[in-house]
Ligand binder design. Structure first.
Ligand code: AHR
Length: 336
């Protein structure tokens, strides 16, 4: 716990006051999971990490949350966990609560890229280091956070597009693609769209005929795919920014009397178990991996920034891609 005031104040009346303040601020935040005695004003030498998660929108997110909770426990770090339910205002509230509680380090996965400068400046003024995990922010002032840990989303989109270019290299006519984007304004939606568009530009036959957000959820993927199918008589390819939207879209495609993976080529991103199963079953055709297992590396970074050590500006996750055959081979040992 960050040191404030004198020991007498902290261990006596101050501790009661701090506990009261914390209870008030957590109540305002709604979805916090405070762990055993994290943030209770005791100075037992353990690092306290405030983590604001995007939500629980996908299988990827659930695996990411589990990874962070397990790694914090393993590393002996007290975790203050908050679920923002995919709302930026909830994340800003959670970060302000963490500042008020004087946690040692704040980490968060920003739901969207813009609009963070004010609250990040508040954390900086309070001398609490911030680590971005999974998703980036577009702040021009890089001193507002210590480091970023996560994936290269542009690369993921590019890998998806390059695979398609190769598959369709002998197509003689137009190949109509529909795109299910992730949450509007989020780094993965912006970057995957960009990487994919850059890659498919290599073949002018490849055309994105419709592109809309399904908010990274199965329900969103299903609903938007239904609209795509109604509005577009010829759909050759679906590019979904994550497995969950692709899985939702499967229902819409089947209900429309089409065979997923055959009538419509399906490319997704993530490679969570359900997505890998769909790929192994021939319903998906290709997945670019995005690893949610960021917990261990995050806890290392937390310890380093707390100790005032230098950390790299960006720590990127190692990832791969999967064809149907590769998914069959990988599934039995897939961790998430
Ligand atoms: O930010 C990572 C993305 O967020 C994952 O690809 C998606 O499944 C999640 O919701």
């Amino acid at each position: 716990m960050r040191k404030t005031g004198t020991t007498i104040t902290r261990r006596g009346f101050g501790a009661i006051l701090a506990a009261g303040l914390m209870a008030t601020s957590l109540a305002a935040c709604g979805n916090s999971d405070t762990g055993s005695d994290a943030g209770d004003g005791k100075d037992d030498g353990q690092i306290v990490l405030g983590f604001s998660q995007v939500g629980a929108e996908s299988g990827w997110r659930t695996a990411n949350t589990n990874s962070i909770k397990e790694s914090a426990e393993k590393a002996g770090i007290k975790l203050q966990f908050d679920d923002a339910q995919q709302k930026q205002e909830n994340q800003i509230k959670a970060i302000r609560n963490f500042i008020q509680q004087k946690v040692d380090v704040i980490a968060f996965s920003p739901v969207v890229e813009s609009g963070w400068d004010t609250v990040l400046k508040e954390a900086k003024d309070a001398k609490i280091p911030v680590i971005l995990t999974d998703r980036a922010v577009d702040s021009a002032d890089k001193s507002l956070y210590k480091t970023f840990i996560g994936s290269d989303f542009v690369k993921e989109g590019r890998l998806a597009g390059e695979w398609l270019v190769e598959q369709k290299k002998s197509a003689s006519g137009p190949v109509n693609i529909v795109e299910l984007q992730g949450t509007t304004g989020s780094a993965p939606a912006n970057d995957r769209k960009k990487g994919f568009a850059e890659a498919i530009a290599a073949n002018p036959n490849l055309k994105v005929v419709a592109s809309q957000s399904g908010d990274f959820t199965r329900a969103g993927g299903k609903q938007v795919m239904e609209q795509f199918l109604k509005a577009n008589p010829k759909i050759d390819v679906l590019f979904a920014h994550n497995d969950d939207m692709g899985l939702g879209a499967l229902e819409a495609i089947t209900a429309a009397g089409k065979v997923p993976g055959k009538d419509i080529t399906i490319i997704t991103i993530d490679a969570v178990k359900d997505g890998m199963q769909a790929l192994a079953d021939g319903k998906f055709n290709f997945i670019a991996e995005c690893s949610p297992l960021l917990g261990d590396q995050l806890m290392d970074l937390v310890k380093k920034v707390k100790a005032g050590e230098e950390v790299p500006a960006r720590v990127e996750t190692q990832e791969t891609t999967f064809t149907q055959e590769q998914a069959k081979a990988a599934l039995p040992t897939r961790k998430y």
